[in-house]
Design a protein. Structure first.
Lengths: 220, 301
């Protein structure tokens, strides 16, 4: 089931005008920011499908940039994100792609960098402010949004997976699905962990503090 | 956990509980949260809705495009003159639905129910029925759980996204949710709630999503307005004992299949319907003709 909570339906509380094109877009932007782990200096954002056709009307561009500024969907500064980002010197480029066919109608590809630190993800807004992440740094991932999920970017070193799993057990949480992918042996890897229980900020912060862990994002 | 409207109604009947209570208990089971936290959160959503309604009927709201804002107040003034055709309860609901969507279009704060574009119907009906049914605050919170329970089934079995299923998935779903919740607040049975949703959503099948200039304004504000009126009428029909010939779950399935058949031009791309009329195209040109964003930032390809 894609929607788990009554508050997915009666909610979110958000700045208008569109749950999929504004709130969902802000969440995709914020997810990218969390996985980069810092404020981006450069951003390249490609909009597909209905995002590409109607981004101006719905403020999709404004919302994604608000997410990059770490604003949530109810932040009343959201409508001013483009000028705030400009003041902070963030270099942003948008690409509107009406050609590439996408499986889902509302999708965005976000590339972020800050110094040597880079991140690229594809997010999809499925309606009512819910999002799915389908790709991180070239890894295809299948996050249906049916359970809360942790995305953990880490160095591909022994023990990294065990330590994260150990912390989840310490919080008495059950892992319902787990996937680990890596680019090359010994380099960057990504853990995608879905749990039965909601994932709190405390657990995410503890995982961030583990050795070999780069960045952590929670998809609730 | 319920996956269909039939299961939801069966659970309510076997445990002798209203739908709202089944939703609260399901939320406790799936999230592990305590009852008080869940009720408090819903009470917070209710406050956001109430503020948006108040803002929309009192303040002079205008969206950036100038296409929406002020119609809720026009309707309030007309209503206060006391000589309406459709009656004060219905128009109270309609004006409060419009108020919410006008605040939304002006990038104000709202609670999506189930989406932002369809955020007016549920609070419109709830606050519109307030003077007639005089619900307690707890009953108003319960209304939202009932609406949420019905929306939950639609979202998981069909869609609540205009880009995926057209306006029938957004205002259609919201109208069904509000009709079902109105029945419960008026003292109807779980079956009557299901019939109210089936009647309301059945009437919206095929409704396309065609926002003029891609903005959540026209026809969205007025579709929420009429959606609220349909919800109240569908609730009255169900309370009178009228049944939907097609069961609610099958209406939801039909809505999903109709959405899959809809061409992309009619699913929130602003390429068809009212968006693709002479006036719709002219409005788009007027609003976005001179690019409102920094042009160097946007590369169209």
């Amino acid at each position: 089931m894609k929607y788990r909570s009554v508050f997915d339906i009666i909610g979110p509380v958000m700045v208008g005008p569109s749950s999929s094109h504004t709130a969902g877009a802000a969440k995709i932007g914020r997810m990218a920011r969390k996985l980069l782990g810092t404020a981006p200096v450069r951003a390249k954002i490609t909009l597909y499908g209905s995002f590409a056709e109607t981004y101006r009307g719905h403020g999709t561009d404004v919302a994604i940039v608000a997410g990059l500024l770490d604003f949530d969907e109810s932040n009343t500064s959201l409508p001013d994100s483009l000028s705030i980002a400009k003041q902070k010197g963030m270099d942003i480029e948008f690409f509107i792609d009406k050609e590439t066919p996408m499986e889902q109608p509302n999708a965005a590809r976000i590339f972020l960098s800050s110094g040597d630190n880079e991140l690229e993800l594809v997010g999809v807004s499925i309606g009512g402010g819910k999002i799915e992440i389908t790709e991180v740094n070239g890894f295809s991932i299948s996050l249906s949004g049916s359970n809360p999920a942790l995305l953990v970017l880490h160095h591909d070193k022994y023990g990294a997976v065990a330590e994260v799993a150990g912390l989840i057990a310490k919080y008495e949480m059950n892992i319902s699905y787990m996937e680990v992918s890596r680019q090359d042996k010994g380099r960057l890897a990504l853990m995608v962990i879905q749990t039965d229980e909601e994932i709190g900020e405390g657990l995410a912060a503890e995982i961030s503090g583990l050795p070999n862990i780069l960045n952590v994002a929670v998809l609730s | 956990m319920f996956q269909t409207i039939k299961e939801l109604v069966d659970i309510a009947n076997s445990r002798k509980l209203p739908i709202s209570e089944v939703m609260i208990q399901t939320e406790m089971e799936t999230t592990g949260k305590i009852r008080k936290d869940i009720l408090d959160k819903m009470s917070g959503q209710l406050e956001v809705m109430e503020k948006a309604v108040e803002r929309g009927i009192r303040e002079d709201i205008k969206s950036r495009s100038g296409m929406s804002g002020g119609d809720a107040r026009l309707l309030r003034n007309y209503l206060e003159q006391g000589n309406t055709l459709s009656g004060s309860v219905l128009l109270d609901a309609v004006s409060k639905a419009m108020a919410t969507n006008e605040v939304n279009a002006a990038m104000g704060t709202i609670c999506a129910t189930p989406t932002a574009g369809s955020a007016g119907v549920v609070p419109g009906v709830l606050f519109g029925l307030k003077s007639k049914l005089k619900p307690s605050r707890d009953q108003m919170v319960a209304f939202l759980f009932t609406a949420g329970a019905f929306g939950f089934v639609v979202a998981n079995n069909a869609s609540i996204s205009g880009a995926a299923g057209g306006c029938q998935a957004e205002v259609g779903s919201a109208t069904g949710m509000a009709a079902a919740a109105a029945v419960e607040m008026a003292g109807g049975t779980p079956e009557q709630s299901a019939h109210a949703m089936a009647i309301a959503l059945g009437n919206m099948l095929g409704l396309i999503c065609d926002p003029v200039a891609g903005l959540v304004e026209a026809p969205c504000v007025k579709r929420n307005a009429i959606g609220a009126s349909s919800a109240v009428v569908a609730a009255d029909m169900a309370l009178a004992g009228i049944k939907s010939i097609i069961p609610c779950d099958e209406v939801i399935e039909a809505m999903y299949r109709v959405g899959r058949m809809m061409p992309a031009a009619l699913r929130e791309t602003a390429l068809g319907g009212l968006a693709d009329t002479k006036t719709g195209r002219a409005l788009k040109k007027r609003i976005f003709g001179s690019d409102v964003q920094q042009p160097s930032m946007i590369k169209e390809r």
